[in-house]
Design a protein around this ligand. Structure first.
Ligand SMILES: Cc1cc2nc3c(=O)[nH]c(=O)nc-3n(C[C@H](O)[C@H](O)[C@H](O)COP(=O)(O)OP(=O)(O)OC[C@H]3O[C@@H](n4cnc5c(N)ncnc54)[C@H](O)[C@@H]3O)c2cc1C
Length: 437
């Protein structure tokens, strides 16, 4: 007979007193959004000695890079099979940590080098790094209210399941993807006139031993058969890890409305599209995909919804011309990748020598003193934005944002010495000596 275990039988009675006194936190920098843009902004700022709070509506850190299973870091390398890396900073630590865990794979394609990563390893790297840097995370926290004094944000109030939280800080980074902070602060934002589609991603397993179809073959077959299976999108990609029977599947399009009920419904429709895609692949490539099944679905992947109106609006012509702005702070060569129809997307690849830039002006709302936007909610026309919102340039913008707010201190980020900032991020503008293994 088991010996009786001791426990405390006492309980206490609690009752809500009708008040919601928020938990208050003070910091140098408050980062809203903990995707790749937010996580790297927070880590860059912590390296500069700042006290940082990072807040996200998801119950975990990592944003889409982790929770929507994006699967590949793009825009990080120059074009060509073995181009050099464009972006440095905390990304160096991240790549080294993932490599040490056998959790990434450099694919040297004919267009450029992209880096496939294991999203679980990335999620743990983000969490461990945030913790080790002494950054305060607040997850499951949605921005509700912004307090501002003219162009200066003074405090943000978030709603969480455990009660409200107020964060007061000197600087703020809008890394929300939807410009949630800039919008809620009452500054102007942009929405595209035609929708930009997102995708429901999934990790699939059960890939057989046979040869996997090439990208061209896969696209052609999906294009031929998609309508028969009720698939909206007419092409697709799979990111394989050599020697493993899993891949990240990207072959759906879903709308990503900024309306709560519609947005929730899209999450369900996206999974339905993945299921239909798996059926197609099983039927069409039985040798290699006959046993294909979903291991996990990501959260809906959102590309472009609402973004800031900045001091500078990046145009497609500037991207195509590789225009180097006076206030350039990041570079990439990723193609224009605009998912503007249900069936297909615009894919305009640049040549091997091409480089295009991100100006700080596209990250700054013109009337704000202490907010910098980072990532997929900076200012550009829809096609221009599609070429700078991938994760390589997001991490370069993060480094610039942390440094710009550090240089601004209690002053205005609009008045910093741009040369001083460019010196701090010089690697991300000039360095050209590091080629992927
Ligand atoms: C399907 C798909 C495939 C893609 N493929 C690639 C690829 O292969 N390689 C690549 O490099 N890029 C790819 N991209 C682009 C890239 O993933 C994103 O642009 C990038 O991850 C954006 O990062 P972010 O941190 O700016 O935004 P997000 O990762 O979206 O992070 C924003 C965070 O802000 C939080 N947030 C939003 N609103 C609020 C609020 N009101 N209060 C609190 N928190 C809030 C969200 O919960 C979220 O976690 C893809 C995108 C999609 C959708």
């Amino acid at each position: 007979m088991n010996s009786p275990r001791r426990f405390n039988p006492e309980t206490r009675i609690v009752r809500w007193n009708g008040e919601d006194a928020p938990r208050e936190i003070e910091a140098d920098l408050c980062v809203v959004g903990a995707g790749i843009s937010g996580a790297t902004t927070a880590l860059e700022a912590a390296k500069l000695g700042q006290k940082v709070v990072i807040v996200d509506a998801f119950p975990a850190l990592g944003g889409q890079a982790v929770n929507s299973i994006i699967g590949t870091f793009c825009g990080l390398y120059r074009n060509g099979t073995h181009g050099y890396r464009f972006t440095y900073g905390v990304v160096d630590d991240m790549l080294a940590a993932l490599e040490a865990e056998d959790a990434l794979h450099y694919r040297h394609g004919p267009m450029t080098t992209v880096v496939h990563y294991n999203e679980i390893a990335l999620s743990r790297w983000v969490e461990r790094s945030i913790d080790a840097a002494g950054i305060t995370p607040v997850v499951g926290a949605t921005l509700r209210e912004v307090t501002r004094d003219g162009g200066r944000i003074t405090a943000l109030r978030f709603v969480t399941r455990y009660g409200d939280v107020t964060v007061r800080a000197q600087g703020f980074a809008d890394c929300s993807g939807d410009a949630a902070l800039v919008y809620r602060a009452g500054f102007e934002c942009r929405e595209p006139e035609e929708p930009v589609y997102g995708s429901q991603q999934a990790v699939v397993e059960g890939i057989g031993d046979g040869e996997v179809p090439s990208r061209e073959e896969l696209n052609a077959r999906i294009g031929e058969k998609a309508a028969d299976y009720g698939l909206m999108r007419r092409n697709g990609l799979m990111f394989y890890f050599p020697g493993k029977d899993v891949a990240v599947l990207n072959m759906t399009h879903v709308e990503t409305p900024l309306e709560p009920i519609e947005a929730s419904r899209m999450g369900i429709l996206g999974k339905e599209q993945v299921d239909r895609g798996i059926e197609l692949l099983r039927d069409e490539f039985p040798q290699v995909f006959g046993d294909l099944r979903v291991r996990s679905y990501g959260f809906p992947g959102i590309r472009q919804t609402r973004w800031i109106r900045g001091r500078h609006h990046i145009t497609t012509d500037e991207v195509r011309a590789g225009h180097r702005y006076d206030d350039a702070i990041a570079r990439t060569a990723w193609p224009i990748e605009l998912h503007n129809t249900p069936e297909d997307f615009i894919w305009d690849v640049f040549d091997e020598d091409h480089v295009h830039y991100v100006p700080l002006g596209a990250m700054l709302p013109p009337e704000a003193d202490n907010i910098v936007a980072v990532g997929r909610c900076i200012d550009g026309d829809p096609a221009a934005l599609s070429s700078v919102r991938v994760m390589g340039p997001c991490m370069a913008m993060a480094r610039a944002a942390a440094n710009a707010l550090d240089l601004a201190g209690s002053g205005s980020v609009r008045q910093i010495d741009i040369r001083a900032l460019q010196e701090r991020v010089a690697d991300n503008l000039e360095r050209c000596d590091s080629v992927a293994p």
